[in-house]
Write a new protein. Structure first.
Length: 426
């Protein structure tokens, strides 16, 4: 559970060269640093601070009736080191976790949350533009090497034709990554390399496409670059979180988007920005805000009609230069609670409040094990080397013998474990 952020700096004053800082927490406790003689040091507390307005992954117990949503990607298809493409992680108080979209670059932020791969197995795709699923390969392979023991599951819409649907995309993803699959299946285990696809009808209107353990996920169509794209609503414990897919304004989001606690919706970069910063020709920069996407003003209109408890605008490169014209565009129409999303922004939803904070996560996070049984390699699978390659092996036994013998002894490995690897056929 989050600690209240209503921390007040109550007093800060200077007395004859001695700085005395005192702050009050909202239960009235005061922590008064001890002032020493003139010119001396001031002690400060060394315990746990009551609030730092930020989220350090793995340090916050979620209340049973609370939802945490983390933006792991909020940007555009063009790669940017500081902002990945669309991905939202929804964590429920009972521990269930759902990824909505997994756009290019987003796994760097997901990985930094240090959540074991076994808990990140359910992915819901709004549509098949790479800025919404370009990092599936990273979750797939990275989670596999990180010890995931089960296949991934991907939900996504059908299209107007078979080759425009999610099933086709995933089947051909598996074909494209066949070399990766075959080689990891030998060295690790084939099971985590599977992907189970759940394709549903993109035309379904507020249809339930997932219904398990108290969670219902619904979809409805959006209008974006062709038939297929959808928006999702996740319902749990009386809460409703909407992850809006790319879309031009449409009537369905007004109809099914009501009563949301959090409504994540695109507010696209302005046409000026698309032309002057993104390099689009004027005609496309204009059309993109009407025909495929939602302008800031349109997003404001949709939020003012659906009135969520809290609105989240995303799908723009969020920087000092760009965010204010978009913000002001939304504010021309909508005056309710609003976040201008960027990567690692997060929200906690309880009955009483919805808070926005930032995730502070490490640049160098390691995989975290979930515990439980690990999968052993399948002994029936062997690396598919021909002697053409293995005959090229250089014998380096002598320089490695010292550490390798010690390592084998320390870890109880049989002395002949390497025999047969890279064996020459002559
Ligand atoms: Zn798109
Ligand atoms: Zn997009």
């Amino acid at each position: 559970m989050r600690i209240s952020r209503n921390l007040l700096w109550a007093a800060a004053f200077v007395v004859v060269g001695i700085v005395v800082g005192a702050f009050l927490v909202d239960d009235g406790t005061s922590v008064v640093p001890t002032a020493t003689a003139a010119g001396g040091e001031v002690e400060s507390p060394v315990g746990v601070a009551p609030d730092r307005y930020v989220y350090y992954p793995g340090t916050e117990e979620l209340d049973k009736d609370e939802i945490r949503i983390i933006a792991a990607g909020t940007g555009m298809p063009g790669a940017r080191r500081g902002q990945a493409a669309t991905c939202f992680l929804v964590e429920l108080g009972d521990g269930q976790k759902f990824l909505f979209d997994i756009g290019t670059g987003a796994m760097r932020n997901v990985q930094a949350l240090m959540i074991p791969a076994n808990y990140l197995t359910r992915v819901f795709l709004t549509h098949l533009h790479t800025d919404h699923w370009g990092d599936l390969a990273t979750l797939w392979a990275g989670g596999w090497t990180a010890g995931r023991t089960v296949p991934l599951e991907v939900w996504g819409p059908s299209g107007s034709r078979e080759d425009m649907g999610t099933k086709y995309a995933i089947e051909n993803f598996m074909k494209a990554f066949n070399w990766d699959y075959m080689t990891r299946a030998v060295t690790i285990n084939p099971v985590p390399g599977g992907i189970t696809v759940h394709e549903f009808d993109y035309k379904g209107m507020n249809q339930v496409i997932y219904d398990e353990k108290g969670v219902k996920i619904r979809s409805w169509p959006t209008i974006h670059a062709g038939d297929g794209p959808v928006s999702y609503a996740l319902e749990w414990n009386g809460y409703k979180v909407i992850i809006g897919g790319d879309t031009a304004p449409n009537k369905w989001e007004i109809e099914y988007g009501k009563d949301a606690d959090l409504f994540v919706h695109e507010a696209f970069m302005t046409s000026d920005q698309m032309m002057n910063k993104y390099g689009q020709p004027a005609q496309l920069a204009l059309r993109i805000n009407f025909t495929f996407h939602t302008s800031a003003q349109s997003m404001g209109k949709i939020m003012s009609m659906t009135k969520p408890r809290h609105a989240v605008a995303y799908h723009f490169f969020n920087e000092a230069d760009t965010r204010y014209p978009i913000y002001e565009g939304i504010r021309e129409i909508y005056d309710g609670p609003l976040s201008m999303a960027t990567d690692n922004m997060m929200w906690n939803i309880t009955r009483n409040e919805i808070t926005e904070r930032m995730v502070i996560s490490p640049d160098e996070a390691w995989d975290v094990e979930a515990g439980g049984a690990k999968l052993a390699p399948d002994p029936a699978r062997k690396s598919e080397y021909t002697s053409f390659i293995t005959n090229g092996t250089l014998d380096v036994t002598d320089v490695n013998k010292g550490w390798a013998d010690a390592f084998m002894k320390e870890n109880g490995l049989p002395a002949d474990i390497l025999e047969g690897d890279h064996k020459k056929d002559n």
